[in-house]
Write a protein that binds this ligand. Structure first.
Ligand code: SF4
Ligand code: SF4
Length: 381
C-alpha cells in the first residue's frame, strides 16, 4: 500500500514573494485590499490580506472577479493570521524540520512517509499557531483531525485503579525531619536534609502510585530528599536512571532556612509584591530568580512531553508545585505572572502528586493525590 506523503497535508513550497506566501494577498482568488473579499467565500466574509485558507492558489489577486458563496470559512479552513511554517508551533527553528511530520513518521511508519524538511515560508493545512506560553501543541489534535486514534484520547485506569492521563507529573518529595505540623514546620529551602524514617516509608507508597502513571522519564531536584523519592519512583517504573538537576530546586530562602516557616510567611508574601520580586532574600534568591529558573525548566519538560506524548515525572518541592499551580491559574503567561494568593496557600503535604495536562491551547494543573498518608499536613519548603 502506498504511504501518505506531505501532499496529503496540502503542503505548499514557497515561491514568489516569500513574505506574503500562502496568504490571501498573493492568492489568485483574492479581490484586493479595497474590497477585502475572496471569490469563493461570498460578500459577507471579510478577508484580510494576511489571512489564508486551504484553497490558496498562488497568483495575482483580481479585484474585478465575481464573488460567490461556494465555501464557508469552516469548510475552507479560513484563518485570520499569517500561516507560514515559521509561525506554526510544529516548526523546529534549529533544523527547519516540521515536528508534526516527524512525529507522524515515527509513530505510524506503516502509514506515513513525509518529507520532514520544510521552508520557514512554507505552509500546510495543519498549520497551528504558536502557543502563548511558548511550548508546542501536542500532535494529538491534528492527528485526530486526519482520523488517527491516539492513546491520549481516552484516559485509562492503571493497574491500581487510578485514572492515567497524558501529561507531566509533579511530585513533592516525601517527609524529612524538618517537615512537621504548621506550628513547628521549618523552612528547608536549599538545606540538603535527608528523608526521615517516615519519609522513607512514604516513598514506597508514592513510587507505587506514580509508576502507575506509566512515566518514561524521571527528573528530580538534585537535593537528596527529592532524588531519593525520584529513585524509588524510577525503580518502581523500571526506569534505569533519574535526571537530577539543580533547576528543580525550591526557592533559596537564604537566612530563613532552618527557621520557623510560620515566621517566614509574612516575608515571603512581601517578596511577592511587584516592586519586591527582584529583591534578593539575604543569602538566597529573589522571587523572580526562583520563578524564572524553575518555570523555564518546566517549560522545556512540557515541550519534551508534547513532542513525545509520553508521561514524564518531576520530583521537586512544595514551592515548585505551588508556583506551577499559581502560574497556570494566570494562564501560563510568558512573563510568568502568578496568582500570589494561590502560591501562598498551604495545601500540598509531602508526597503530593499533581499533573500538568493539555487542555485546548493551554495547560491545566490537577492535584491527583494530596500527600502521603503518614507525616501529617505540613507547611512551606
Ligand atoms: S480565503 Fe483562501 S481562497 Fe480566498 S483569497 Fe484567501 S487564500 Fe485565497
Ligand atoms: S511546520 Fe506547521 S505549517 Fe509547516 S508543514 Fe509543519 S504543520 Fe504545516
Amino acid at each position: 500500500m502506498p504511504k501518505i506523503d506531505r501532499s496529503a497535508f496540502l503542503y505548499l513550497d514557497p515561491k514568489g514573494n516569500k513574505d506574503t506566501f500562502a496568504q490571501c494577498s498573493t492568492c489568485l482568488l483574492w479581490c484586493g485590499e479595497a474590497k477585502q473579499l475572496c471569490a469563493i467565500h461570498g460578500d459577507k466574509v471579510r478577508v484580510r490580506g494576511t489571512a489564508s485558507c486551504g484553497f490558496y492558489i498562488h497568483g495575482s489577486p483580481r479585484p474585478e472577479q465575481t464573488v460567490a458563496k461556494i465555501v464557508t470559512p469552516a469548510e475552507s479552513g479560513l484563518v485570520d493570521r499569517k500561516v507560514r511554517c515559521e509561525n506554526c508551533q510544529y516548526f523546529d527553528t534549529d533544523d527547519s524540520d516540521c515536528d508534526l511530520f516527524k512525529e507522524l513518521n515515527e509513530e505510524f511508519p506503516e502509514l506515513f512517509y513525509l518529507e520532514e524538511k520544510v521552508d520557514k515560508h512554507g505552509c500546510c493545512n495543519a498549520n497551528e499557531p504558536i502557543r502563548k506560553i511558548g511550548v508546542k501543541e501536542s500532535v494529538k489534535e491534528p492527528a485526530k483531525r486526519i482520523g488517527l486514534k491516539m492513546a491520549a484520547e481516552n484516559p485509562k485506569p492503571n493497574g491500581i485503579g487510578l485514572e492515567v492521563k497524558p501529561g507531566v507529573y509533579l511530585v513533592r518529595h516525601a517527609k524529612t525531619a524538618l517537615n512537621s505540623d504548621s506550628s513547628r514546620d521549618k523552612i528547608r529551602g536549599w538545606i540538603d536534609v535527608p528523608l526521615d524514617a517516615t519519609g522513607k516509608e512514604q516513598t514506597k507508597e508514592i513510587a507505587k502510585q506514580v509508576a502507575g502513571y506509566k512515566p518514561v522519564k524521571v527528573y528530580s531536584s538534585d537535593l537528596q530528599r527529592s532524588a531519593h523519592t525520584a529513585r524509588a519512583i524510577a525503580d518502581a517504573a523500571g526506569i534505569d536512571s533519574i535526571k537530577a538537576e539543580r533547576v528543580f530546586r525550591p526557592w533559596n530562602l537564604g537566612e530563613f532556612q532552618g527557621k520557623s516557616a510560620a515566621n517566614a510567611v509574612p516575608i515571603i508574601k512581601e517578596h511577592l509584591q511587584k516592586d519586591m520580586q527582584d529583591k534578593k532574600i539575604f543569602g538566597g534568591e529573589s522571587f523572580a530568580q526562583f520563578r524564572d529558573r524553575y518555570l523555564e525548566a518546566l517549560k522545556k519538560v512540557l515541550d519534551e512531553f508534547t513532542k513525545s506524548g509520553k508521561n514524564i515525572v518531576i520530583v521537586c518541592h512544595y514551592r515548585n508545585l505551588k508556583l506551577t499551580e499559581a502560574w497556570l491559574a494566570k494562564g501560563g503567561s510568558k512573563n510568568h505572572e502568578i496568582d500570589a494568593k494561590m502560591f501562598t496557600t498551604d495545601d500540598m503535604p509531602p508526597g503530593t502528586i499533581a499533573r500538568v495536562v493539555p487542555k485546548g491551547d493551554d495547560w491545566a494543573f490537577e492535584v491527583v493525590h494530596k500527600g502521603a498518608t503518614v507525616g501529617g499536613k505540613v507547611g512551606a519548603s
